[in-house]
Design a protein around this ligand. Sequence first.
Ligand code: MG
Length: 365
Amino acid sequence: MKITKVEPFVLQVPLKRDVSDALDTNPFWGVPGCLIHTDEGIVGTGYTGTYSWGDECFADIIGTHFAEVLIGEDPTEIKRLWDKLHWSNLHWVGRAGMVSMAHAAVDIALWDITAKAAGLPLHRMLGSHKPEGVPVYNTDAGWLNWTKEELVEDMGRLLEEGWTHLKMKVGHDDIRIDIDRVHYVREHLGGDFTLMVDANQKWNLQKAAAFAQAIEDLDIYWFEEPCHPDDVRSHVELARRTSIPLALGENVYSKFAFRDYLVSGAIQFVQADCTRLSGITEWLQVAGMAACYDTAVVPHHGDFAQVQQHLVAATPNAEMMEYIPWLLDVFVEPMNYKDGVLVLPETPGASTDFDPDAFAKYRIH
Ligand code: MG
């Protein structure tokens, strides 16, 4: 099989309502990626995720620079092509950021082609470990721009629907606001559900430690992205000052950076994202490394779980999936769950095929 065409695209999908975390407020989710065509008629789809910032740049990286590397190659030689793309001319201007995320889109499309050619859903091609699914947690009721009354109302609605694991955003400049919000949620919704908090890398060590110490008795399952994701030292010190387990990874770009976190012992949950790392190939390396440190993988959701549901199902040390229902209507087979547990797809491929009408409607490039 040979690659005949690499077709970049950019989708911008409007959100039903504006949501905020400690870093961003945006009415759109950006989905830059590519369709990779082959001489056997199989088309692979891969994409990454943005808040629509810089989306047009991805089309150029993929359509101009990466296409040159890929045309004529065998798409099933994924790991050889990973090296070729990683060490392409763009290495000089970006081992991380847009280059890594564009590489992710290409790598995902190659795995999609290979699974389709094998006639298997990706999780079976990788060797399923949890074909019966994994628990799903919900992030979509805990946004920073909700008042605390809205938080309780929206999170309470999810609990009534049967969700048992919820995450809420924190990260105000004044940590007293967040300390009050987390206490308010526990006071009004009780302790009979699993609660995570996420500061989206907003705080320094002093603020993160003071916040963590003020919510120590609220049974918090993890404290996510407390500080800058490159700052291993602060996370090591923070882990020393709090009993709440730390989680991060959605802004970590390489297996080497994850290695340093694992060696440090600072984190107990690895939130690797195959749309931020350079694709599935590097994600699998990180997950294997985390297993060597007996550390759970709970991926971040830049792909809205379409791809990572397969990876989680094929990873012994993967624990849980995130759920944010922003993109469900753009895929042919959107991720699905029943009674709080992921229901895995059995269609060949990586579940990245877009619904043609939605693709045409949201495509801006
Ligand atoms: Mg997060």
